[in-house]
Design a protein around this ligand. Structure first.
Ligand code: ATP
Length: 467
């Protein structure tokens, strides 16, 4: 059973060092979050798994890491300057600001809202009696388009010429490097580029912990193909399955995942098909990742705006030059981390009636792989435990926690709450002395999920711990 409320996760994340409120000692900054020592391990593991799956293990994929600040013409070409907007609406009574479309969606559904023009949103909200979540009144200003790109200035002069945007997506960094990649990497179609990085959106209504923030990380792919050779519909189905598989292979239950097909009205004019993968969050279904056929729209726009030839030359027929089409699988990194946290959260009633909270992370994303726990604070137990700790850290790539504070029971509970798959207890049997079980030179390995404890000779410890 995963977390049933967001509060369970927010509180565990704070208590155990996963995610803290941003700038907390200054009273915070609304909707910003800092990953703590365990959160950064979890997030890095998620990024590593993604990179391994989609970049390292595929000969048809390469990675890039473009700059966050880009020439602002990039965003004119991509359409973000004119149309990366959300409908902003104010409550006349309490002055709170919201996204009109999102409030209306809760009443009449996504499909019914996507067919509305900007001017139709406010009258429909009045007619459907959509009330302000803040004060409960149904009294709205007309909607305004609000551009979500963060603006700043590059250099010392803060005038219009120095205006730059913080990128609202990582995707464009790959399109603008398409020519560099085909010139340097000898890639043949179909091939893809992958990138992980920060994106910034001045969201009108951020919230639900790390689900919607103004600064977040994306993991995106642009997969280029020749539309006269590759059937895009088959390729689309392949990527759809790969996205789903990645989430389920790391522990998300298919019961809480679904595809949502975008309707004709929702589709961008250049896209032939777009789907989202949604997760059943405690507040309802929400987008986790997406997949879109963007045709040759982006490369064509950048060709036009930059004046550069971005065509691909067919290696079998050098007279044939064309703009490839592209499928875009896109994953929210922070949203993925949030779903792994929600899904891992488990409360169990033990035989003795006590409740155990355990984070059942998939072992490959758990922040800590192994805990080394001396049974008590006796000096020779600590020395032996330290010796084992050093050995494991030097001989493996496992992340190891060494914990001596509190009773052994308390330490097991802490390791359960941070999701450490295995705990190694060093007791008198580990010292070459007889243990209660009459064993010598052995340690106990406790399994987080089954609570099973087995004794293993120290010489075999590393082999039995490796993932
Ligand atoms: P939404 O409809 O929730 O605003 P979107 O359709 O605008 O999302 P995309 O532009 O497709 O999102 O971005 C790709 C991915 O980036 C999303 O699937 C999501 O996981 C993530 N993402 C988008 N906006 C945010 C945000 N404000 N905070 C955290 N993650 C985000």
């Amino acid at each position: 059973m995963p977390a049933t409320s967001l509060d369970q996760i927010v509180s565990l994340c704070k208590r155990r060092g996963f995610i803290f409120p941003g700038s907390e000692i200054y009273g915070g900054l609304a909707n910003t979050w800092d990953y703590g020592p365990l959160g950064v391990e979890l997030k890095n593991n998620v990024k590593r798994e993604w990179w391994e799956t989609f970049v390292h293990k595929r000969p048809d994929m390469i990675g890039t890491d473009a700059a966050i600040l880009m020439n602002r013409r990039v965003w004119e070409a991509s359409g973000h300057v004119t149309s990366f907007t959300d409908p902003l609406i104010d409550c006349k009574k309490c002055k709170a600001r919201f996204r009109g479309d999102k409030l209306l969606e809760e009443k009449i559904g996504v499909e019914a809202v996507t067919v509305l023009t900007l001017d139709q949103i406010q009258p429909m909200m009045m007619a459907e009696n959509v009330v302000c979540p803040n004060c409960g009144k149904n009294d709205w200003t007309p909607t305004k388009q609000f551009n979500m790109m963060f603006k700043t200035h590059q250099g010392v002069v803060e005038d219009a010429a120095a205006l730059v945007y913080l990128r609202p997506e990582t995707a464009q960094g790959m399109f603008v490097n398409f020519k560099n990649v085909i010139d340097t990497m000898r890639m043949r179609l179909p091939f893809g580029m992958g990138q992980i990085g920060k994106a910034f959106r001045n969201e009108i209504t951020p919230g639900n912990f790390t689900f919607r923030t103004r600064e977040f990380e994306q993991m995106e792919i642009e997969y280029f193909f020749d539309p006269s050779v590759t059937d895009w519909e088959t390729l689309f189905e392949e990527w759809k399955a790969l996205e789903w598989e990645w989430f389920t292979s790391l522990g998300l239950s298919p019961k809480r995942l679904r595809f949502r097909e975008h309707t004709q009205e929702e589709l961008a004019f250049y896209s032939t098909r777009t789907i989202d993968i949604e997760y059943l969050f405690p507040w309802g279904w929400g987008e986790l990742s997406g997949l879109a056929n963007r045709t040759d729209y982006d490369l064509a726009q950048h060709e036009q705006f930059s004046g550069q030839d971005l065509k691909y030359t067919d290696p079998d027929d050098p007279t044939r030059k064309f703009l490839p089409h592209v499928l875009e699988p896109t994953f929210g990194c922070d949203r993925s981390v949030l779903t792994f946290l929600l899904e891992a959260y488990t409360e169990e009633i033990l035989e003795n009636g006590e409740t155990r909270t355990v984070m059942k992370f998939h072992p490959s994303i758990a922040p800590i792989d192994i805990a080394i726990l001396p049974l008590s604070k006796k000096e020779h137990l600590i020395a032996k435990a330290k010796e084992l700790y050093n050995k494991i850290v030097q001989e493996t790539d496992l992340v190891v926690d060494f914990d001596v504070t509190g009773s052994i029971g308390k330490r097991y509970r802490r390791q359960d709450e941070i999701g450490t798959p295995k705990a190694v207890t060093v007791d008198f049997g580990s010292l070459g002395e007889d243990s209660a079980q009459g064993e010598k030179d052995t340690v106990t390995i406790r399994d987080r999920d089954t609570l099973e404890q087995i004794r293993v000779p120290i010489g075999e410890l590393i082999a039995s711990l490796e993932r």
